[in-house]
Design a protein around this ligand. Structure first.
Ligand code: NAP
Length: 554
């Protein structure tokens, strides 16, 4: 590696590393495990007090993964995947966090992680090929390689409502939930937001609160999860086939096995056939299976309408008050173009006497008041307000760090018109910095743990290649990055995705550039592209050998 990175690294001080990883969520932990395997001295810096990332922070009631537990787990260790037992079809947040902690212990990862440490800034010294990171607790730390495992949904966002500081009750953000939990018994509660976090938490908060007001700005599509205890015989079968299933998952568009790709257009089926197909998927539960009913649901609006109408009819059939049902009907985006939510008893919750749905589109929230909140139409009094208002997704965590690449160029300037990267793995002007599931990689459109593994494996292969060839520095060419961004946009624009005001588009943050951020060409196609680029000697990347220091460098 560089003249600073030696395999033994015994000469390094406590603040010098061969590689620094920012973040100890599922991505950072696997990166630590693999980089250690290269014999590198690795330092991980994590803002939280423990491992888990998303699953550390999001402790709101009802928080659960929308990917099935047998799939949403690491594939790198067969012992691990055989020994771990998931109790339910979809893992709850506590269960997934327990799993991540088990992985950290089983692979002895904690000793290299500095918790409660936020990385504030990072800058690259071109002469030395060295990244220096400023942290809030451990001063400056440095390494030739930097891996940003900062997550895609890790910057919670409370809208800029006037008066929040005046509120006399308690308020919470779903992504920053108190570890001790919250008891809403007997309370008047508001939930603002009806994305995945709102939809998952609303039924549980409603069951506890004296009265719950849900402030909905945009109605979203949600499907029944059909969560249940995992059937032991199904689990045994899955485990017996784990190796083949993981291999298969790497070759699917979403990184999830068990869903044969559809071959037929929704428009080729009769109405009766379609309804029977959607009914079967509705009963089965799960979003991929539903969107896989036909092959054109995400690319053809007329096809999409057939699935959207089916779900709208289900909402009408479930919610007893027709006016409430009408308000819950999503009508401003094709189904699946925003994250398709999975729920347990969401629509049924609006049949409860203690739940009121408020149309925050017709009457937007104007301010938080000492007693509650005010919309353009009315004043409300609450003991607690829950912000299920989402995240500065995909770019927020990286842009919170004052990042500077070659010649001091800042990431904020580079991304002023939206994120740009090559493969979501590297950014031109930021040598030796790798992103785990960065923008323009499949990331949130794939099974995230597999996506993290795929990125890390690519990075580890790259570092091994560099070591074998005496290279100290790798950076993506500007042309390759431009071509990848153009390809990313072209693929997104051939689908219905850009039609939705989603966080995929940056649309949930006022002023954020509108660019479709995840790669939707398919995880399988993406992985093949990454592998081909590596096989061609890292085509589109420039690798530079370690140089001997000369007086001119001093
Ligand atoms: P989200 O999908 O961005 O939803 C935020 C909600 O807050 C939206 O309903 C939004 O309305 C509303 N909102 C924002 N500002 C508002 C305002 N000023 N007034 C009224 N309403 C406002 O965030 P999320 O629910 O936290 O989910 C984010 C992502 O995290 C999900 O899409 C998913 O990928 C992931 N997630 C996954 C799971 C799971 O695995 N099951 C669970 C939770 C989260 P508008 O739509 O009108 O902007």
């Amino acid at each position: 590696m560089s003249q600073h990175a030696t395999p033994s690294s015994s000469d390094k001080s406590a603040t010098e590393f061969d590689a620094i990883i920012v973040g100890a969520g599922v991505g950072g932990l696997y990166a630590l495990h693999r980089l250690r395997g290269l014999g590198l001295k690795v330092g991980v810096f994590e803002a939280a007090s423990d491992v888990g990332g998303t699953w550390y922070w999001n402790r709101y009631p009802g928080c659960r993964c929308d990917v099935e537990s047998m799939e949403y787990s690491y594939s790198f260790s067969d012992e691990l995947q055989q020994e771990w037992q998931w109790p339910e079809r979809y893992g709850t947040q506590p269960e997934i966090l327990r799993y991540v902690n088990h992985v950290a212990d089983r692979f002895d990862l904690r000793r290299d992680i500095r918790f409660d440490t936020r990385v504030l800034a990072a800058s690259f010294d071109s002469a030395d090929n060295q990244w220096t990171l400023q942290t809030d607790r451990h001063g400056a730390v440095s390494a030739p390689f930097c891996i940003m495992a900062t997550g895609n949904l890790s910057t919670p966002r409370v809208p800029d409502f006037a008066g929040l500081e005046s509120f006399k009750g308690n308020w919470y953000h779903t992504g920053l939930w108190p570890h001790a939990g919250v008891d809403f018994t007997g309370q008047r509660v508001a939930v603002i937001g009806t994305g995945s976090s709102g939809v998952q938490s609303i039924p549980l908060i409603a069951a506890q609160a004296k009265h719950l007001h849900v402030f909905q700005r945009t109605a979203n599509f949600t499907l029944p999860a059909r969560n249940a205890a995992l059937d032991p015989s199904a689990e045994r079968r899955h485990k017996a086939e784990y190796a083949e299933r993981r291999q298969a998952a790497f070759n699917t568009p979403f990184g999830i096995s068990g869903h044969p790709p559809p071959v037929k257009s929704a428009l080729e089926a009769t109405r009766e056939e379609r309804d029977a197909a959607y009914e079967e998927k509705w009963a089965e539960g799960g979003s991929i299976s539903f969107l896989y009913a036909y092959n054109d649901l995400l690319v053809n609006k007329a096809a999409n309408d057939t699935a959207a109408d089916f779900v709208r009819n289900k909402i009408r059939a479930t919610v007893k008050d027709p006016a409430v049902a009408e308000l819950l009907l999503p009508n401003d985006h094709p189904i699946g173009t925003k994250r398709l939510i999975l729920d347990s008893n969401y629509y049924e919750t609006y049949n409860r006497d203690n739940v009121t749905l408020v149309d925050a589109r017709r009457a937007p929230i104007e301010a938080i008041t000492p007693a509650g909140l005010r919309t353009t139409e009315a004043e409300y009094e609450f003991d607690a307000i829950v912000f299920a208002t989402g995240f500065d997704a995909m770019t927020g965590a990286l842009l919170e760090i004052d990042l500077h690449g070659t010649d001091g160029a800042s990431l904020k300037d580079k991304w002023a018109d939206g994120p740009r990267s090559n493969l979501g793995l590297m950014m031109a002007g930021f040598p030796n910095m790798f992103l785990i599931t960065g923008p323009q990689s499949p990331s949130v459109k794939a099974q995230m743990i597999l996506a993290c593994e795929q990125h890390t494996d690519w990075i580890v292969d790259c570092l091994e290649h560099m070591k074998a060839n005496g290279m100290a520095r790798i950076e993506t060419d500007q042309g390759a990055e431009d071509a990848w961004v153009a390809h990313n946009n072209e693929v997104a624009n051939s689908t219905l995705y850009p039609q939705a005001n989603s966080w995929y588009m940056g649309a949930n943050i006022p002023g954020k550039p509108r660019i479709f951020m995840p790669y939707v060409g398919g995880f399988d196609r993406y992985k093949r592209t990454c592998d081909e680029i590596a096989a061609k000697g890292y085509e589109g990347f420039t690798l530079t050998p370690a140089k001997t220091r000369t007086l001119a460098d001093a």
